[in-house]
Structures are given as structure tokens and as C-alpha cells.
Ligand binder design. Structure first.
Ligand code: SF4
Length: 118
């Protein structure tokens, strides 16, 4: 078969951004091996903005923010707002527990929120 005759494959490119590795929970199934005593290793707002810009330029269509627990970071709302202004943005979280957090998430205009349960 001549593969060159098939043309480009239209894939919806998805970028996963691990914002940090610490988490308030310690789930047995956690692929990131996150937990309360895990070093934070946060990526930081400036790096997220740079990654978002580069990924948008490359044609990525969806961004997923995960960790660790992204909502342990003070600048997560700025990260989500920056991303959601440019591309479909989703976040996985376990820490959405109060009204202020819910309002902040809604203001970030996210496309999806996924909540983990220990
Ligand atoms: S909530 Fe998510 S990041 Fe935290 S320990 Fe559980 S699976 Fe890992």
C-alpha cells in the first residue's frame, strides 16, 4: 500500500499539562504518584503561557490541566483563563469544594471539569 496516497490524518491534538505533583488525596490508582507529601514541582504561570502559545501555533485543539491537584496552586485560575481564551480547555481536580472555587472555575470559561474521588 502506498501510504503517501492517504493524505494527512486529521487528528484533534490534545496537550496535557501537569501543573504540579502534590495533591490533597492519595489515590491508589494515581498514575502521577501524587499525594500530600509529594514535592510540588509546579510548572508556573509563565511556562504555561509559553506552552499554550507554542501548542496553539502547532495546531493543538484541546488542553487538559491535571496534576497533582491543580487547585492547590494560587495561579491556576490565571493559567486556566489564559488557556481558555485561546483553545478548548479542561481541568481535572479533586479540590473544588467551596463556592469561591466554583465561581473562579466558571469565570475561567472552561469547557469541562473532571473531579476525582479518592
Ligand atoms: S486526586 Fe488525582 S492527582 Fe490526586 S492522588 Fe488522586 S488521582 Fe492522583
Amino acid at each position: 500500500m502506498d501510504i503517501s496516497a492517504c493524505g494527512p490524518v486529521d487528528l484533534a491534538w490534545k496537550l496535557w499539562i501537569y501543573t504540579n505533583y502534590d495533591c490533597n488525596l492519595k489515590c491508589s490508582y494515581c498514575v502521577a504518584k501524587s499525594g500530600p507529601n509529594v514535592p510540588r514541582r509546579a510548572i508556573g504561570l509563565a511556562n504555561v503561557c509559553r506552552l499554550v502559545d507554542e501548542a496553539v501555533a502547532l495546531g493543538f485543539a484541546h488542553f487538559f490541566f491535571t496534576g497533582g491537584e491543580p487547585f492547590l496552586l494560587n495561579d491556576i485560575y490565571d493559567m486556566l483563563a489564559y488557556s481558555s481564551e485561546r483553545v478548548a480547555t479542561m481541568v481535572q481536580a479533586s479540590e473544588i469544594r467551596d463556592g469561591m472555587t466554583v465561581i473562579a472555575v466558571l469565570q475561567a470559561a472552561l469547557d469541562r471539569v473532571s473531579i476525582a474521588k479518592e
